[in-house]
Design a protein around this ligand. Structure first.
Ligand code: SF4
Length: 280
């Protein structure tokens, strides 16, 4: 697609991040966006490299801080399509506080987390979503703590769009990300993106065998109570839109929010870049 840059990814062959990124590019194209109006923000980790591999405006930020930067970009220039990408280590550990508050604020943007349940870039330590008994170099007997449930965290924080996806299911993955992009508010998609090098438990085979597609269940994503039950079941790996509030109004469009953006021309990212530069 138009969103692919000419840089060759240095991800390990077979890494789930390839499929996650392909779906993001497809969803952006399907929703009528182009590289000139798209801004991708990433944190640190294997996922953090994505801005180099995508042809769009991009910023590779610091660990766990991609969301506030993305929010700043969007508020500085609401004409941009802002997509934030990150990993489970990046987003649910050091970035967990930002995640909660980004969800609450409900700015009109999307957040795709490549969840491989391990720290890949730093060579295989337990992450916030690692299983309790997952043995790694730093946790020889497993973390001995329950993993973070990012979907529950999002729901409890007042999310208006919660979905889960699988990088290997190209068509469904792109469809789910597309729905997140189209949502009026913060579209959150936790995406299973297997790490083929350091995680031999949460593999492609495991997810293929375990995933239950919500499209094949009688699930109504507009029913918050039903979403809550699915999320708290805990023993199933669901794929699809789990919750969506159709009455969502993005924070920046709420009455009383003073956002005078009248002097920003359509599609010009320079104002956003000026604001981002001020952060550093
Ligand atoms: Fe992907 Fe894991 Fe390799 Fe990182 S270390 S590029 S997450 S396979």
């Amino acid at each position: 697609t138009d969103f692919k840059s000419d840089k060759q990814p240095t991800w390990c062959p077979g890494c789930g991040d390839f499929g996650t990124m392909n779906g993001m590019m497809k969803a952006l194209a399907e929703t009528g966006n182009d590289p000139d109006n798209t801004f991708v923000v990433a944190g640190i980790g294997c996922s953090g490299k994505i801005g180099t591999y995508m042809h769009s405006y991009a910023l590779h930020g610091v660990h766990g801080r991609a969301l506030p930067v993305g929010i700043g970009v969007k508020l500085a220039n609401p004409n941009l399509e802002v997509m934030v990408a990150g990993g489970d280590g990046d987003g649910y550990s050091i970035g967990a506080g930002h995640f909660v508050h980004a969800v609450r604020r409900n700015v009109d943007m999307s957040y795709v987390v490549m969840d491989n349940r391990i720290y890949g870039l730093t060579k295989g330590q337990a992450s916030p979503t690692s299983r309790q008994d997952f043995e790694t170099s730093t946790t020889p007997e497993g973390p001995q703590m329950p993993p973070v449930n990012p979907l529950a965290l999002a729901l409890a924080s007042g999310a208006t769009f919660i979905a889960q996806s699988f990088s290997s299911d190209a068509q469904r993955h792109a469809e789910i990300i597309q729905k997140a992009v189209e949502h009026d508010g913060f579209g959150f998609v936790n995406t299973y993106s297997p790490c083929v090098t350091f995680n031999d438990v949460d593999t492609y085979d495991y997810f293929r065998d375990s995933i239950v597609d919500l499209d094949e269940e009688d699930h109504d994503p507009h029913d918050r109570e039903a979403a809550k039950q699915k999320i708290l079941e805990g023993d199933k790996e669901y794929m699809g839109v789990i919750y969506q509030d159709d009455d969502s109004v993005p924070w920046e469009k709420r009455e009383g929010i003073d956002q005078d953006m009248s002097d920003i021309p359509d599609g010009a990212p320079e104002d956003a870049m000026d604001l981002v530069r001020e952060f550093y």
